[in-house]
Design a protein around this ligand. Structure first.
Ligand SMILES: [Zn+2]
Length: 322
């Protein structure tokens, strides 16, 4: 397929999450043309979910010629063969040959990647990573996901499991992680980690956090703890100082490993904006080895919730250049 033909064709991006799936049609220049989404709660099997997905893609494409379908999936993915090894969507979602099934139904090439890797690629091609050469994307949400772009290529590794930075261990005596180890990065810096360490302190320390959450009619989350930090709440200060210290430690490991020129930080916790970024930048500069100082920037993600969708589609846009 030459460059001109590709520009005349369209690309579909799919984001297959834990509770919903989103489909979007992009033109050859990467502009979003059409989109749709559905909740997947009522779907029972992987085959049924694939049928829904094929229908959605056909509806969104409306007969336009496709040069490919990029699919970002939650869970462990074998990108080379397009198999979702362990999805988070369905209990029996094991070793699903999604690429094969979808290519048979749609007659178009399908690429499957892990959702954090797709989001990293989306940020690199069309978001806050644009113009960088070596970029690391970190998403701070309920867990920590990441993707690494080195010399303009998404790093997949031998089994396409590269970039699982949320499970790099920062504190061997730290909290138990869902992976079975202790003190993984996501157990000390994710939104869940921030909430849990505040809840532990709230049991015996006065704080405005519970009031802020109650006034919003919500359960306590990282958002309320950042809000309390603005009011110099002592629990919020203690919890966030510790979480940001560990965030910076995690980034320092990343910087020493990959020497990126840009680190893009997304996910719900990144919405704290100015309550997070200046402190995170200062702490990272403090902890990083001297030759690395001021060799990188730490910036907020640009694509927000669409990063996976855009990045999956952009797997087919690389020939258009950036
Ligand atoms: Zn872990």
């Amino acid at each position: 397929m030459n460059r001109l033909q590709n520009k005349e064709k369209y690309v579909v991006g799919v984001d297959l999450g834990g509770t919903k799936m989103a489909v979007a049609l992009f033109d050859g220049q990467g502009a979003l043309v059409n989109r749709d989404r559905m909740e997947t709660a009522g779907v029972k099997t992987a085959a049924e979910l694939t049928q829904h997905l094929v229908q959605m893609i056909n509806q969104v494409a409306q007969g336009r010629p496709l040069s490919g379908i990029g699919l970002a999936s939650a869970g462990a993915v074998n990108s080379r063969e397009g198999i979702v090894l362990h999805g988070t969507n369905l209990p029996e979602w094991e070793n699903v040959p999604l690429k094969k099934w979808m290519e048979e139904s749609l007659g178009t090439e399908v690429q499957v990647v892990n959702d954090a890797n797709a989001a990293a690629w989306g940020e690199y091609v069309r978001g806050a990573g644009k113009g960088s050469e070596n970029m690391v994307y970190v998403t701070l949400s309920t867990g920590i996901g990441a993707g690494i772009v080195l010399d303009g290529k998404l790093l997949l590794g031998s089994h396409s499991f590269a970039g699982e930075l949320g499970h790099t261990i920062l504190d061997p005596d730290g909290p138990l992680c869902r992976c079975g180890n202790r003190g993984c990065w996501e157990t000390v810096s994710s939104g869940t980690a921030i909430r849990d360490s505040a809840l532990r302190l709230l049991e015996h320390t006065p704080s405005a956090i519970a009031d802020i959450a109650a006034a919003a009619g919500e359960a306590v989350s990282a958002k309320h703890i950042f809000e309390a930090r603005k009011r110099s709440d002592p629990v919020a200060i203690q919890v966030l100082d510790q979480a940001i210290y560990f965030m910076a430690l995690g980034l320092v490991n990343v910087i020493h490993s990959f020497n990126p020129d840009r680190i893009v930080v997304g996910g719900g916790v990144s919405k704290a904006g100015d309550l997070l970024f200046p402190a995170l930048r200062a702490e990272t500069q403090r902890l990083v080895m001297e030759p690395y100082r001021r060799t990188f920037e730490i910036v907020p993600a640009g694509l927000k919730d669409d990063a996976g969708l855009v990045g999956a589609a952009a797997l087919f846009h690389t020939c258009d250049g950036r």
